[in-house]
Write a protein that binds this ligand. Structure first.
Ligand SMILES: C[S@@+](CC[C@H](N)C(=O)[O-])C[C@H]1O[C@@H](n2cnc3c(N)ncnc32)[C@H](O)[C@@H]1O
Length: 305
């Protein structure tokens, strides 16, 4: 079976947040009259392989690198007990999609819907059929969780808006800080049109240009000064801007994210949790569960540094 190698030292923490939330969500909603759905928009293969470098042996030899394979988000969701009523797994890559088919066939008692294609297109289409129903209306309402776990800048803002508009989905979004960094260099001369449009597409806004960059007066001669733009916003300001953007879409709540890092300590991504539902009971339940999980994610991060 091909292996899916991805992530870094903080990936287990990200997957633990998802697993703990799905467990708490499934238990909390077990006896309520909702159809519970989980959508994994960037589902991968169902497993994650980590390659650990070989340890030094006697002399200068190194042992063979070690491959360790653990459950990825799709498998974690399938194994949640009590189970979700439906699990939607979306994956664009053909080989990883075929791994998902094999994985799903091992769980005939779970309702697993597989879609091979572009997450933005499929999630936007799916969200049109997912709506929260206020208590007292006829029929079963839907409540669910969606996980956005792209490699980089793949999630378009239109997808975020579609999720928020359901008022039924809680969203875990692994937001690519390092992608923003790469696309918004300190020197705006390197900010080519394709990088700019990639940022516009992910953020759904254009004001980052003025919010992140400022003019620095550089004297050219005794008569005039020439302004040069430089990026002043550091990673904290960029993350705060992303939170502000998410708050414009998710009217329930957007929690302070957990920051995840590369092996070399550089910021990799921020794991955001956002609630689309605006009913106070739903917001309280979701944010109580997620805050607890994010806070323990933050304290385990402090311990490991
Ligand atoms: C970081 S991996 C996801 C890992 C997965 N959540 C797990 O825990 O095992 C990102 C996945 O998104 C897939 N992908 C990238 N762009 C996509 C797109 N536009 N639509 C659907 N899947 C996409 C990649 O093929 C890759 O498998």
């Amino acid at each position: 079976m091909p292996t899916h190698v991805f992530g870094g030292p903080d990936t287990p923490r990200k997957l633990r947040c998802l697993q703990e939330y799905l467990r708490a969500f499934a238990i909390a909603l077990r006896n309520q009259d909702f159809a519970c759905i989980y959508i994994d928009a960037f589902a991968g293969s169902g497993t994650r392989t980590e390659v650990r470098p070989g340890l030094p042996l006697f002399g200068s030899d190194l042992a063979e690198p070690e491959e360790i394979t653990t459950a990825g988000s799709a498998r974690i969701a399938i194994e949640i007990d009590p189970p979700m009523h439906s699990i939607v797994l979306i994956e664009q890559d053909a080989s990883r999609f075929s791994d998902l088919e094999t994985l799903a066939s091992a769980y005939p008692d779970r309702k697993i819907i597989l879609r091979n294609g572009d997450a933005n297109e499929l999630v936007q289409r799916l969200c049109k059929n997912i709506h929260w129903r206020p208590p007292g209306t006829i029929g079963r309402g839907i409540r669910g969780v969606i996980f956005l776990d792209p490699y980089g800048m793949e999630v378009s803002w239109k997808t975020v808006e579609a999720i928020a508009a359901t008022k039924a989905l809680d969203c875990w979004y692994f937001f690519p800080l390092s992608g923003l960094y790469r696309n918004a260099p300190h020197d705006p001369a390197k900010l080519d049109p394709s990088k700019q449009s990639s940022l516009d597409r992910v953020l759904g806004a254009t004001d980052w240009r003025t919010r992140w960059y400022s003019l620095e007066a550089a004297p050219t001669d005794i008569f005039e000064t020439q302004g040069t733009a430089v990026r002043r916003a550091d990673v904290n300001r960029i993350e705060a801007y992303v939170k502000e953007r998410l708050e414009t879409a998710f009217k329930g709540a957007v929690l302070k994210p957990v920051r995840l890092h590369h092996k070399n300590g550089a910021p990799l991504a921020s794991l955001f949790f956002a609630v689309s539902n605006t009913s106070s009971a739903a917001v309280k339940l979701a944010t109580d569960m997620a805050s607890h999980i994010l806070n323990s994610g933050r304290s385990s991060q402090r311990r490991s540094r």
